[in-house]
Unconditional design. Structure first.
Length: 115
């Protein structure tokens, strides 16, 4: 599975951005992770094929993950952005084949929140 992410950029605090990630095939879980400079990669949000989403506490109420299974695409709507949201955001997809988990990663898209 190949993942192509887009939508990052520069935004002022309080602003919004929408990230998109298209997968080349169907997946069970899709989601977003982020890595800020000098920090470890952390989970932002995941969403299963049925639509149930899970969020990091730091983004709950501000970010919304959604997916279009027909397009194998996951979205991350980010509102009320804060400078601490600045990071490279990575799209992740998970397939489970015969009980084995396979993780796939996109190339990353930079989100910068700054005035």
């Amino acid at each position: 599975v190949q993942l192509q992410a887009s939508g990052g950029g520069l935004v002022q605090p309080g602003g919004s951005l929408r990230l998109s990630c298209a997968a080349s095939g169907s997946t069970f879980i899709m989601g977003w992770y982020r890595q800020a400079p000098g920090k470890q990669r952390e989970l932002v949000a995941t969403i299963v094929s049925g639509g149930s989403a899970n969020y990091a506490d730091s983004v709950k109420g501000r970010f919304t993950a959604s997916r279009d299974n027909a397009k194998n695409t996951v979205y991350l709507q980010m509102n009320s952005l804060k400078p601490e949201d600045t990071a490279v955001y990575y799209c992740n997809a998970v397939k489970v084949v015969r009980g084995e988990r396979y993780d796939y990663w996109g190339q990353g898209t930079l989100v910068t929140v700054s005035s």
